[in-house]
Design a protein around this ligand. Structure first.
Ligand code: WQD
Length: 327
């Protein structure tokens, strides 16, 4: 059985490819390298460079590599960018998925794991978010992930595809320094950026209804997230006709101020943050109930916030090769 992993040259994708191959699964990466890097694809794993919008190319990849399962990670994922470029996000994340699903059903692929997001929940007002919590996305990015789930589930029911929609919470950390997230659009890398410039980290509002007034999130180590994909892929292969929707989080909340304090301590800095105005659209608290993933997959996150911070920090020190060519 070969898994086609779209977006497998990206930050999360590279960790999923690593986890799948280390678990003995055969993989082929399909990536347009718009943000991914070819040097993240391990030796021995074929790389097909292309967009999921290119139906012919993806169909050829499915047949050439005798693909029987797909893990679809390729997507645009910046909330703020989606607000200014909604049609770009709908084209890439929804139309790209539709074209892929067309090719997947035509090729007789049996299993489909879809990268969804906690952004589908929008502004949940519950202590722990379950998969039954109403989905009211607050950004075009979150809307495209919810629409993506609808496409995946409907196609699964119509074509007898076994599907799993994995709702990622806040992903951080790295398995190795060279696989660290090079984007700077989330809290931990943004703190690093400030510290690297000898500037205080910013807290986007400290007047939220939370214990210390700052927003609370559920941070999940990318290695744990990748292992959840292996567990989901194997669950779909083992029992055809599955239709899973799962939160992938730790089930524990950490506040912005707590993250900043841990980063200062773990990286040897002492830079108290400055409080700036709230960022529009930020929910006070988004923390997963991860019970269903434990029940359905036997999966549970193993790494704590300190592991995420120290492994991400080690990645910052690692100079990335200037080229995206494979080694
Ligand atoms: C976390 C908290 C900020 C930077 C989004 C998507 C989600 C997922 C992760 C893809 C917020 C605060 C941040 C800073 C701060 N992406 N913050 N100072 O917004 O929870 O989630 O990215 O799936 O789907 O919705 O993540 O890391 O941007 O922010 O105070 O310099 O940190 O206000 O409360 P977010 P984030």
């Amino acid at each position: 059985m070969t898994w086609l992993i779209t977006g497998g040259a990206g930050y999360i994708g590279a960790h999923v490819v690593r986890a799948m191959t280390e678990a003995g699964e055969r993989a082929v990466v399909y990536d347009d390298l718009s943000t991914g890097r070819a040097d993240r694809v391990p030796d021995g794993v074929p790389l097909v460079v292309g967009s999921t919008l290119d139906g012919e190319r993806v169909a050829r990849a499915l047949t050439d590599h005798e693909v029987t399962g797909v893990v679809h990670l390729a997507a645009k994922k910046q909330v703020a960018e989606s607000l200014s470029l909604p049609l770009h996000y709908y084209r890439e994340n929804v139309e790209g998925l539709r074209v892929l699903l067309d090719a997947v059903t035509a090729a007789g692929v049996r299993s489909f794991v879809f990268s969804s997001s906690a952004a589908v929940y929008g502004m949940p007002d519950v202590d722990l978010v379950t998969e039954e919590t109403p989905c009211v996305p607050m950004s075009p990015y979150g809307e495209t992930k919810l629409a993506g789930e609808w496409l995946v589930r409907a196609t699964g029911r119509a074509a007898g595809l076994s599907t799993a929609c994995l709702r990622y919470f806040n992903v951080a950390g790295a398995a190795r320094p060279d696989l660290a997230d090079t984007g700077v659009s989330n809290l931990i890398p943004m703190i690093f950026e400030k510290l690297a410039d000898d500037l205080p980290p910013h807290v986007f509002g400290d007047d939220y209804p939370t214990p210390d007034g700052t927003c609370v999130r559920d941070y999940i180590h990318v290695v744990d997230l990748a292992e959840a994909h292996v567990a989901a892929a194997r669950a779909l292969r083992a029992a055809p006709g599955r239709d899973l929707t799962l939160n992938i989080g730790r089930g524990e909340g950490v506040s912005v101020r707590e993250v900043i304090d841990r980063v200062n301590t773990l990286t040897g800095h002492d830079r108290p943050p400055v409080v700036t105005p709230r960022r529009p659209g930020d929910p006070p608290r988004v923390v997963a109930s991860a019970d269903r993933a434990a029940t359905e997959l036997g999966w549970k996150a193993r790494h704590a916030i300190d592991d995420m911070i120290t492994s991400a920090w080690a990645g910052r020190q690692h100079p990335h090769p200037p080229t995206t060519a494979r080694p």
